[in-house]
Design a protein around this ligand. Structure first.
Ligand SMILES: Nc1ncnc2c1ncn2[C@@H]1O[C@H](COP(=O)(O)OP(=O)(O)OP(=O)(O)O)[C@@H](O)[C@H]1O
Length: 261
């Protein structure tokens, strides 16, 4: 059975795109056919985070009726399927709702898991994805401003008939919490699925146009992404992941060009 999740937050910059991409890759790594869709028509970050160089056809062209959805599906790590968005301020406002339904139906036929990366805020573009998935997952930072905005999204989702599947705390920085897990659960009235630590490896991976679960599988954030994937898909969590080994070419290049200090 296909499971569709919308990853939302309310406040911008909490880590929705990071969570969508890494969770998608962690599911794909476990053999789950997974498709992630960038529904943030204004920001279109997913392709950048995944290092996709050329995306001539995007969700934007598909919704405009200029291309079939299959032309807007690109392949990422572990066979993860990615539908990027176009840079357009028009967003869904002019999109034909029937076409959007067809696109989603087509995607659900191609995968076991569908993850939708929703835009921040409560514009039309942000509201549409809240109604489309089985469950909305709220990505929050452990700070009051993020929680207040997440609460607005929760209320909005429930008002329009959607369901909240839980919250994911991202960028939890050691002791540096405004609010702890229990307080977050009380304030939002939803359970916290897991906590992803603040992790410099996330930014290093982003700078290298790749994902932390690919580049640094042993890092704290990667472990959290795999735990969340395991809980969504119901497979056991691997405690000791294998670090990705450099390929032969990388090792050869290092051996040949190593400079002594
Ligand atoms: N756990 C983490 N540790 C360190 N840095 C992180 C973490 N999660 C996200 N980041 C960084 O925070 C920034 C914002 O993340 P991201 O783009 O995923 O947020 P977003 O909620 O999708 O933003 P927007 O609202 O603009 O779409 C990025 O630079 C990302 O690398």
């Amino acid at each position: 059975m296909i499971r569709a999740y919308t990853i939302a937050s309310g406040k911008g910059g909490t880590g929705k795109t990071t969570v969508t991409a890494n969770l998608g890759a962690a599911l794909a790594q476990h053999g789950r056919k997974t498709c992630i869709v960038d529904m943030d028509m204004g920001m279109a970050n997913l392709a950048l985070v995944l290092g996709l160089a050329e995306t001539p056809v995007t969700l934007h062209e598909v919704l405009a009726g200029e291309a079939p959805i299959r032309d807007a599906i690109y392949e990422g790590p572990y066979g993860l399927k990615i539908v990027p968005s176009g840079l357009s301020l028009r967003g869904f406002q002019n999109a034909d709702p029937e076409r959007l339904k067809d696109v989603m139906r087509d995607l659900t036929e191609r995968c076991d898991f569908l993850l939708l990366d929703a835009p921040a805020g409560i514009s039309t573009d942000a509201v549409v994805p809240l109604t489309m998935a089985d469950e909305v997952l709220l990505v929050v930072n452990p700070e009051i401003a993020s929680l207040v905005d997440a609460l607005k999204i929760k209320i909005l989702t429930e008002t329009i008939g959607g369901a909240i599947g839980g919250a994911i705390i991202n960028r939890a920085d050691g002791e540096n919490f405004d609010v702890n897990r229990k307080q977050i659960e009380k304030m939002l009235g939803v359970s916290v699925i897991d906590t992803i630590p603040e992790d410099a490896n996330v930014r290093r991976a982003a700078a290298a146009r790749t994902l932390v679960v690919v580049k640094s599988p042993g890092s704290g954030s990667s472990k959290a992404f795999r735990r969340i994937a395991a809980s969504l898909a119901g497979f056991p969590v691997e405690e000791e992941p294998q670090e990705v080994q450099d390929g032969f070419i990388e090792r050869l290049a290092r051996a040949l060009f190593r400079r002594e200090p």
